[in-house]
Design a binder for this molecule. Structure first.
Ligand SMILES: Cc1cc2nc3c(=O)[nH]c(=O)nc-3n(C[C@H](O)[C@H](O)[C@H](O)COP(=O)(O)OP(=O)(O)OC[C@H]3O[C@@H](n4cnc5c(N)ncnc54)[C@H](O)[C@@H]3O)c2cc1C
Length: 395
């Protein structure tokens, strides 16, 4: 029996595991290895920060959803991969594999900027459940003692959406509470212009975001790199100093240390169109862990986001490719990646679509409307239900 080991128990890892088991049944042993036994619906973390969700509302227990499908779970961090010996090492185990799928997401590299981050620095973060819970406390404090907020992304980030969402959500909430005049909101980003999103913009996204920021009196600075953060002050490389009471800054992304040696200098792993490693033919990498070249060099380094929708497409392609190879069947042709995203904006939301992800494109648009907010709320429930039941074959 073939043994497929999957690193990571989130969007990519779980989708790949369910798909492989569905396609191969008893023909393969499927094992998920993850340092976290929770699946967190990350797109809802901004709502958790705003107090609209509790951790239990958006979390599933990985071991409980894998077991009924006959998928094994090892709740440990991978420490190292030996691609020549086809083995993964954890602190206590040596796990051989016929195929390996890596979906370990980003390493949040706070250490690259002095004073950045909630653990050793002075800024908050949205990107993990634990960080978001802490940011929710900082938000509650702002409501008690109002002061300036900075939201945005440092150099080397490749996920911009959540910072935009929080800027719009905080604006809406502060207005609802008749406090907006006491809390200046500033959006700071490494993107060359607002609405770039790491993908060279889409449709009229630059104008769309600028208009929204103007309407809501959100000041912004784009094309910026952060030098350091000190208590209550963010210092940019060009000498600008920005005071804050709450700063929620996305940190630079890198590949996680256990798999980074398989990747480029920032630890993102190069793959072919079926997400197979360009050198090691039995290793596949999907989601945030894989490398995509940016659409154009940006003056301040930024990365291309690998959204949930993209990650799931990658997981399905990798699973179908491994299945075909095990069965000696023709390999599936890979679906071209596209962006389909709903951005919450507090009192409304925006729908974004781009095909393909990077320009030039066949199709690109961004559109606002309250019905997109309802759709985003419904999607959260649907996605969690789908994952809880291992029904990743559904759209
Ligand atoms: C706040 C936020 C909001 C977002 N909003 C949207 C949205 O609205 N729409 C959208 O499409 N996308 C959104 N995204 C992006 C989406 O969440 C990602 O595309 C998706 O999570 C990527 O999945 P992944 O499996 O590659 O990595 P991740 O989800 O980051 O998961 C990585 C997994 O690997 C595990 N892991 C890490 N290191 C190890 C190790 N050494 N050994 C074993 N396991 C390890 C982790 O515990 C985790 O289970 C958002 C992301 C964030 C953070």
């Amino acid at each position: 029996m073939q043994k497929v080991v999957i690193l990571g128990g989130s969007f990519g890892g779980l989708t790949a595991a369910f798909e492989l088991k569905r396609l191969l049944g008893k023909e393969a042993e499927v094992i998920v290895v993850s340092d976290d036994d929770r699946f967190v619906f990350l797109p809802s973390l901004p709502w958790l920060i705003m107090g609209h969700r509790r951790p239990d509302d958006i979390t599933l227990k990985v071991s409980e959803i894998l077991k009924p499908k006959g998928i094994d779970f090892i709740h440990e961090a991978a420490k190292q991969v030996d691609p020549d010996a086809s083995k993964v090492f954890t602190a206590t185990k040596e796990i051989p594999y016929n195929y390996l799928i890596i979906s370990t997401g980003p390493h949040l590299s706070f250490d690259e900027i002095p004073g950045l981050g909630p653990d050793k620095g002075y800024t908050d973060c949205t990107f993990t459940l634990d960080h978001a819970v802490k940011t929710n406390l900082s938000w509650k404090k702002i409501l008690e003692e109002p002061g300036p907020i900075i939201l945005g992304s440092a150099q080397g980030v490749s996920c911009f959406g959540p910072s935009y969402e929080l800027a719009f959500e905080m604006d809406t909430e502060l207005r609802r509470m008749k406090m907006r005049h006491k809390v200046p909101i500033f959006y700071l980003t490494s993107e060359p212009y607002v609405g770039h999103f790491g993908i060279g913009g889409l449709g009229n996204s630059k104008r769309f975001v600028k208009d929204e920021f103007a309407k809501r009196d959100i000041k912004y600075l784009a094309n910026q790199a952060i030098e350091e953060v000190v208590p209550s002050e963010l210092r940019l490389k060009d000498g600008t100093k920005l005071p804050f009471k709450l700063a929620m800054i996305a940190p630079p992304f890198k590949g996680v240390p256990a798999v980074a040696p398989l990747g480029n200098p920032r630890g993102f792993i190069p793959v072919d169109k079926n997400y197979r490693h360009t050198k090691y033919k039995n290793i596949f990498t999907i989601g945030v862990a894989m490398a995509i070249a940016p659409p154009e060099p940006t003056p301040v380094p930024t990365g291309v986001p690998k959204t949930g929708y993209m990650t799931i497409t990658m997981a399905k392609t990798a699973a179908a490719t491994i299945t075909a190879e095990i069965r000696n069947e023709p390999l599936p042709s890979a679906e071209e990646l596209s962006v389909v995203c709903l951005m919450d904006m507090g009192d409304t939301a925006a729908f974004m679509k781009a095909y393909p992800v990077l320009p030039p494109r066949q199709e690109a648009m961004i559109k606002g409307g309250i019905h997109y907010k309802w759709l985003k709320m419904a999607f959260e429930r649907y996605f969690l239900w789908k994952m809880r039941n291992g029904l990743t074959n559904l759209p």
